[in-house]
Design a protein around this ligand. Structure first.
Ligand SMILES: [Zn+2]
Length: 98
């Protein structure tokens, strides 16, 4: 039984509800009693990556990898150069590690 996330546009109330797939989406907000509920797609379905444009598996092979690389490359590079410089005659740690 999937969990559905609901968001109320009226009072901004967020909650989760267990429902069968065949069940009708809820409309009435349990908090403010207004028919302002919106059903969000829960993370369990693996279809929606919130905030990112990559939602298809095919994307991961190309665009996703590029994006991931662009994000991690500078980080690992600076970390690696820092590590290699430290304790081989560098002034970073004063040779305390050797
Ligand atoms: Zn509400």
């Amino acid at each position: 039984m999937p969990t559905y996330e609901y968001h109320c546009d009226s009072c901004q109330h967020d909650f989760e509800e267990f429902q069968y797939i065949k069940d009708e989406p809820l409309k009435k907000c349990p908090k403010c009693q207004k028919n302002k509920l919106r059903r969000l797609i829960s993370g369990g379905s693996a279809v929606v990556f919130r905030g990112s444009g990559f939602y298809q598996t095919d994307y991961r092979s190309d665009a996703y990898k590029k994006a991931a690389k662009a994000e991690t490359a500078p980080k690992t590079e600076s970390a690696a150069s820092k590590q290699s410089a430290c304790c081989s005659g560098c002034s970073g740690c004063g040779g305390a590690k050797e």
